[in-house]
Design a protein around this ligand. Structure first.
Ligand code: GLN
Ligand code: ZN
Length: 769
């Protein structure tokens, strides 16, 4: 591509890049700063070097326009709050005293003030800090960070496009500040916010921005007419400004739907649309509005959230169709590459043949550039890349990893009956009662006990070869003995083995299932300086041998009380992994379910009378658009039932979920057909119990009475009061007593006291029903 034809040619761009650096340098610098081991200047230098390295790499890879402002010390939504001056009153002094420390105070809190609340960024595993707004919020523009980063990139001689969270999404992500009426709608502040954006846009133009990108992912969700109208007003107003760069409104994670005509009509110069997964419906949407004549379309054809190579032919076909539908068509990943790891070539432990199927941020960048070249110059311009891509896709499709005949044969013969218990709940419950002989209001825990330094050290020692498997297992057994002894002494009714052997509730199983791969460097930001390394569900899933049975059996050998078997459910196994994209999720879930079903059956055969299958992710993978939810919940609940339905009627199946907001999946919870469900409830004052009761949920429920998210020890009176609230909604025969979630992040001292109080509360309330 010569520089002359480049002006008319398709450009390659990205919306954002992983911030951490190849060796997670940012994490180290930020955490070092918190510990006062790294000075503010050193932190700033590290950050600047990382930004520059990213831009240089993007430019060298052939990206025509690099993003700026997507970098963050902690979170880009928090950065937006700073940009618009939405600093909560309780953090003002800190921010005024020291910008950086104030910033981190908002993110993490201090001894004296609570941080902003954190929540999931749409349906990703990234978490942002929720803006707190109210009728008294006064916005003020602070374009400093945006201007500085743009200036840095321009100084490198690059074409750069600042990326900002758009005003509509920003307000839709916000919540009423503490003390503000819960009915307050932050979107009511739009007219107050727009002048601040206008000021920032003017500053960016003055600093040399040709284009600016405003991200509006909230517009891919179902939106009310009033919200769509707000979007029309926002972009009508911003578009009419004279002193501004050209505006690209970017959307991602799903289709724009009814927001597409709104944005297509707005007086802005460009639109970014996602064309992957369910967002492929944008293609029809675009045709329906008559395209974007004269405008710039940025086409997200490279999946920015998953780690598989692109299908070039398919993408080029999409891009070819789009050519007729806009003034110019540029190519991009579907969303910021923040959600994928940095570099697949760093994965030296993965079979090189298989590693060729992987595309992390660097590889996705190269794919984007290749597709832009293919779009401009025709397939001849990328003949070699196309051939290699075809070969890699063929190797993936024909591989024994992705196509295991035994797994395929088994999944294809699954019937509806396989997902149905042999008796309905009403008949199972008395059988379980007779077998388990539990008191009223039985006490239990969610599974994990504190992960002590000893356990973590033992695991590190095993990995480093400092201890052999036998020595490691002895360590785990000692831990199990301690956990069982404590629970017996405390008087808990249904015991657990404590999950000491698990590094993580998904990774532990992924490591033992055939079809999963582990990465060495596949870190993605979960929030702030927290990174996770999701396993890769790459192939057909099978279970070569039992995964948990010996630990549960060992624990059971130490006590006469029932020990609960503990597994991670199929939906969560998918949600917290990178999942193969070459077959429907339903199919993958079914394979995982069958593998887990074998484990459930083996646990039962080993004498386990209570088995818990955790599904904390059931709600978080709920599709963004309501229209897609029924199909999702259908396969999600089916896979849970397939996992659990093979057991005898008198074996009790528990499930667990970690959140208090689940009004929209009540029916799905019932469809799981679990005998007992435990949920988070302590902070929401047992509201879930009321909701389940109101929905007529017929089974047993354990609404948490101990908030495990804080080291605070609840008193017995407090737990008893919560239990009484639970009893107001749920009959005593159906109410369980348990904490909100697992105890692995807690210390032993507070855990001991809290569980003793929990048992005392159950005993007290039992005498009163
Ligand atoms: N059984 C798991 C534990 O106790 C459940 C964790 C979760 O729900 N996230 O740790
Ligand atoms: Zn939980």
């Amino acid at each position: 591509m010569t520089s002359k034809s480049a002006a008319a040619a398709a450009r390659a761009t990205v919306y954002g890049y992983p911030r951490q650096g190849p060796d997670r340098e940012l994490k180290k610098a930020v955490e070092g700063y918190w510990k006062r081991r790294v000075g503010a200047d050193a932190l700033r230098d590290t950050a600047r070097d990382l930004r520059r390295a990213n831009w240089r790499r993007l430019a060298e890879a052939g990206v025509d326009e690099v993003p700026t402002g997507d970098f963050s010390y902690y979170d880009h939504v928090l950065d937006t709050s700073v940009m618009v001056g939405a600093i909560p009153d309780r953090h003002r002094t800190a921010v005024e005293t020291d910008t950086l420390d104030g910033y981190f105070a908002m993110a993490r809190g201090t001894q004296d003030v609570a941080p902003l609340e954190m929540t999931k960024w749409f349906d990703t595993n990234y978490h942002y800090l929720v803006p707190e707004l109210g009728p008294d919020t006064v916005f003020t523009a602070d374009s400093g960070k945006q201007v500085a980063e743009l200036t840095e990139a321009l100084a490198l001689g690059l074409t750069a496009r600042p990326v900002l969270v758009g005003p509509v999404t920003y307000l839709l992500l916000a919540k009423p500040a503490p003390g503000v009426d819960a009915d307050f709608e932050p979107l009511a502040l739009l007219e107050r916010l727009l002048p601040v954006y206008a000021e920032v846009l003017a500053d960016l133009r003055a600093a040399g921005a040709q284009w600016v990108q405003l991200d509006e992912p909230a517009l891919v969700q179902d939106r009310t007419p009033a919200e769509l109208d707000a979007a029309a007003r926002a972009y009508g107003a911003l578009g009419s400004l004279t002193d501004r760069p050209k505006v690209l409104v970017a959307s991602y994670f799903d289709r724009l739907g009814e927001a597409l005509p709104v944005l297509a009509k707005a007086p802005v110069e460009g639109l970014g649309l996602d064309f992957t997964g369910p967002a492929a419906a944008n293609l029809d949407g675009l045709a329906a509005v008559g395209g974007l004549p004269g405008k710039r379309l940025v086409a997200g054809v490279v999946d920015g959230r998953n780690i598989w190579i692109n299908d070039y032919e398919k993408s080029l076909a999409t891009l070819g169709t789009l050519l007729g539908l806009a003034g110019t068509v540029d190519v991009a990943p579907s969303c910021s590459l923040l959600h994928v790891p940095l570099d697949a070539t760093a994965e030296r432990d993965i079979d090189p043949q298989i590693a060729r199927w992987l595309a992390f941020a660097h590889q996705k960048t190269a794919e984007t550039v290749t597709l832009a070249r293919g779009l401009s110059g025709g397939t001849g311009a990328i003949a070699a890349e196309l051939a290699a891509n075809r070969a890699d896709l063929a190797s993936r499709a024909g591989s024994a990893l992705t196509h295991d005949p035994a797994v395929r044969a088994r999944t294809s013969t699954v019937t509806e009956a396989d997902g149905r218990r042999s008796q309905p709940y009403g008949e199972r419950a008395p059988a379980q009662r007779a077998r388990l002989r539990l008191p009223l209001l039985p006490t239990t825990t969610i599974g994990s006990f504190p992960q002590t330094t000893e356990v973590r050290t033992a695991r590190a020692d095993l990995r480093a070869g400092r201890v052999d498997t036998e020595g490691y297992e002895e360590r785990i057994k000692a831990e199990i003995r301690e956990v069982i002894a404590f629970q017996e002494k405390a008087g808990i009714d249904v015991l657990v083995h404590g999950e000491a052997e698990r590094n993580d509730m998904v990774q532990y199983f992924a490591e033992q299932l055939t079809g999963y791969l582990a990465t060495q460097h596949g870190w993605v930001q979960s929030y702030g300086t927290r990174y996770v390394r999701p396993p890769v569900l790459a192939g057909d899933i099978s279970r070569p041998k039992p995964m948990t049975v010996r630990w549960t059996a060992y624990a059971q050998s130490l006590t006469d009380r029932p020990v609960k078997g503990m597994l991670t459910g199929p939906v969560t196994m998918l949600a917290w992994s990178f999942v193969r994209d070459d077959q429907p999720l339903a199919q993958t879930a079914r394979q995982v379910a069958l593998a887990l079903r074998d484990e459930v059956d083996d646990l039962e055969a080993a004498g386990t009378s209570v088995i818990q299958v955790d599904e904390p992710a059931l709600r978080e993978t709920l599709p963004l658009r309501a229209a897609d939810r029924a199909a999702y919940l259908d396969w999600a609940t089916e896979s849970f039932r397939l996992t659990t339905a093979g057991v005898r009627p008198d074996t009790q199946i528990h499930t667990h979920m970690c959140y208090a907001e689940f009004g929209d999946i009540l029916q799905a919870i019932d469809d799981l057909d679990a005998d007992v469900i435990s949920l988070e409830a302590a902070r929401s004052h047992m509201r879930v119990a009321d909701e389940l009761a109101a929905a007529g949920y017929p089974r047993e429920v354990g609404p948490g009475v101990y908030d495990i998210h804080s080291p605070r020890v609840p008193s017995a009176e407090e737990a008893a009061a919560l239990l009484r609230k639970g009893l107001a909604a749920i009959a005593p025969e159906r109410l369980w007593v348990n904490p909100d979630c697992g105890l692995k992040t807690r210390g032993w001292t507070e855990t001991r006291q809290s569980l003793e109080n929990l048992v005392e509360a159950a005993r007290t309330v039992r005498t009163q029903v």
